[in-house]
Design a protein around this ligand. Structure first.
Ligand code: DGT
Ligand code: CA
Ligand code: CA
Ligand code: ZN
Length: 575
């Protein structure tokens, strides 16, 4: 699909126009087009072939012509011309969190800043403070942004890695030369960011497998091609390594290349104690190979159970595996419903019924529609009146779908600066499931604010509890232990927001929650049905936190979920 590439062009287009100071309507047209195309579930090329481009909202004739030109030639000449008029380093500057096109323009015109290095120098010399509208606070924010940008060091978000890796695995699985194929490395471990994507395959003909890989449609560049390994850059710009192994050492290779490095190093000391040698070809006793075909065979030969990849970080899993006390992690199919979805009643792009249909495909038993509350105007938050009208639509849909699925009336109610909520209790009490979240004042300690929200009898979960955006914004200050304790006492669940740039709570927080017995709720925060697949990112994160099925609120039946809600109300003496 060319959707993503095209969306990126339109986004860049908007950036350049903003940089050049074009009019806001013009800029918004490109931004909207980018967003629309990115969220589209259909292949844009297919839509074009069927002559359906004109049906896309906001895509006028001129944009249509540009899309067609791109599909025909891979380029848009007007864009190429425009791009050549601006220094291309501005795109790097734009990747720095907290820096938008307007700032870049100012930096460029007033200070001649063209690159990250220029910018750092200008900060050191105190030149930024001379710019209109720049105070110490703003400069501090930019410095923080640079720090975050450099810290991410080109690592990619797990969601992007999983998306690319799954696509490659699915394509190669179909190939006749491939018998076994698996993602490995940090992607298989579901780490929140990934350096490079690692894939392992085996089959009858190694050369054929390598050829199939480097010739995949989404491969942009082949960096290296050998008899057993190839490295490519895919169209998203990310690096993917493929290794092929002999079938009888596939398990050993899978174990080795899954890592983590720390897990493997610890495992090797256990091998040494037993007088064995372990490498990517197998487990050896002297010259004799005693295991290698599967991972289980290897771990079992070492007297261990097989730790799930997500917890192979040498943080106790090896000891637990030796004592046969590994946790039985929540499975990727265990979640029974998504409890954080935004419909087109607020700022979502899908209708409630779209969500219902998709949820049925996922095999869900329930979902909660959690539109934003009234104060969140940027997200088209619902007035109380609209919320009740939306609830009426949910009633109708529940009638229509009967016992196939239950649609819960929810909200993502804004937690106001003083910790009170954006709807009165009288409104909240008419809902089935309430998520409460912070969307403002990220620079302060928000512990008390969250605690106050959790003490509202109608709040069932705290959404994206720490507020971090991976690589862009660190979470606000929180006393996480205190938050967990309050969650436990009040009967409030903490969300594992699965949206690919959040993963909030993160893995280490999940582990604390699991230890304390705090319930987690794994939800996607989808704004379109095409975001719902991300649930697996949240489940992976919970698994990295050693979560079992019993720790996950939305792995329970609807009845138990509703009991969780009513128990809290009872505890607080309300209905
Ligand atoms: P990444 O790509 O930085 O997110 O992290 P990984 O874990 O995917 O690491 P990568 O791609 O460098 O290597 C893949 C796996 O190969 C790694 O998880 C474990 C294994 N590995 C790499 N280097 C070593 C090493 O020096 N010793 C051992 N025992 N294993 C290694
Ligand atoms: Ca890797
Ligand atoms: Ca690698
Ligand atoms: Zn949300």
């Amino acid at each position: 699909m060319k959707n993503k590439e095209l969306a990126e062009i339109f986004d860049k287009w908007a950036d350049i126009l903003e940089f050049m100071g074009d009019n806001p309507y013009h800029i918004r047209a490109y931004r909207n087009a980018a967003r629309l195309i990115r969220d589209l579930s259909e292949d844009i090329e297919l839509l074009a072939k069927e002559g359906k481009l004109s049906q896309l909202p906001g895509i006028g004739q001129r944009l249509q012509a540009k899309i067609l030109e791109f599909l025909r030639t891979g380029k848009i000449s007007e864009f190429e011309k425009l791009k050549s008029q601006v220094p291309d380093t501005i795109f790097t500057l734009l990747e720095i969190p907290g820096i938008g096109p307007k700032t870049v323009k100012l930096l460029y015109e007033k200070l001649g800043v063209r690159s990250l290095e220029d910018l750092k120098r200008a900060i050191e010399r105190g030149e930024l403070l001379k710019l209109p509208g720049f105070g110490p606070k703003k400069v501090e924010k930019i410095k923080k942004g640079i720090e975050l940008f450099e810290k991410s060091g080109g690592r990619i978000l797990l969601g992007v890695a999983v998306f690319i890796a799954d696509r490659i695995v699915n394509q190669l699985k179909e190939h006749s030369a491939v018998d076994r194929i698996s993602v490995c490395g940090s992607t298989r471990r579901m780490k929140e960011t990934v350096g490079d994507i690692d894939i392992l395959a085996s089959g009858k003909n190694n050369l054929e497998i390598i050829e199939a890989f480097v010739n995949l449609p989404n491969v942009k560049e082949v960096l290296w091609k050998g008899p057993k390994k190839a490295t490519v850059i895919v169209e998203e710009g990310e690096q993917v390594d493929l290794r092929v192994s002999e079938p009888d050492s596939y398990g050993a290779a899978l174990q080795y290349f899954t890592g983590s490095k720390a897990h493997n190093i610890h495992l090797r000391t256990i091998c040494l104690k037993l007088g064995y040698k372990l490498n990517e070809y197998g487990l050896f006793k002297g010259e004799e190979k005693i295991a290698g075909r599967t991972e289980e065979e290897i771990y079992s030969a070492l007297g261990m159970d097989t730790p799930p990849p997500e917890i192979r970080e040498d943080t106790g899993e090896i000891e637990a595996a030796l004592e046969h006390k590994l946790p039985k992690l929540v499975g990727y199919g265990d979640v029974k419903g998504d409890l954080h979805l935004h419909s087109n009643w607020s700022d979502g792009a899908s209708t409630i019924e779209d969500y219902v249909k998709k949820a049925l495909e996922f095999g869900y038993k329930y979902i909660a529609i959690t539109d934003h509350s009234k104060s969140l105007r940027v997200a088209n938050g619902l007035s109380e009146e609209d919320l009740l009208r939306r609830n009426y639509e949910i009633d109708k849909l529940n009638e229509k779908y009967g016992n196939r699925i239950r649609i819960l009336k929810g909200t993502e109610v804004d937690i106001l600066p003083d910790g009170s909520l954006d709807y009165p209790d009288e409104i909240l009490s008419q809902l089935d499931f309430v998520v409460a979240s912070i969307h403002s004042r990220f620079n302060q300690d928000n512990t008390e604010r969250l605690i106050k929200a959790m003490n509202n009898p109608y709040v069932n979960a705290i959404g994206h509890p720490t507020g971090r955006i991976i690589g862009q914004r660190e979470g606000y200050k929180l006393d996480i232990e205190k938050i967990m304790k309050t969650a436990l006492e009040t009967g409030t669940a903490l969300e594992v927001n699965s949206y690919y740039n959040r993963l909030d709570l993160k893995d280490s927080h999940c582990r604390i929650a699991v230890k304390l017995g705090v319930k987690l709720v794994v939800s996607t925060d989808s704004h379109h049905i095409d975001h719902m697949w991300m649930i697996k990112l949240g489940i992976g994160t919970a698994r990295r936190g050693w979560a079992e099925k019993k720790n996950i609120l939305n792995a329970y039946s609807l009845k138990t979920l509703m009991k969780f809600v009513s128990d809290k109300r009872k505890k607080f003496g309300v209905r």
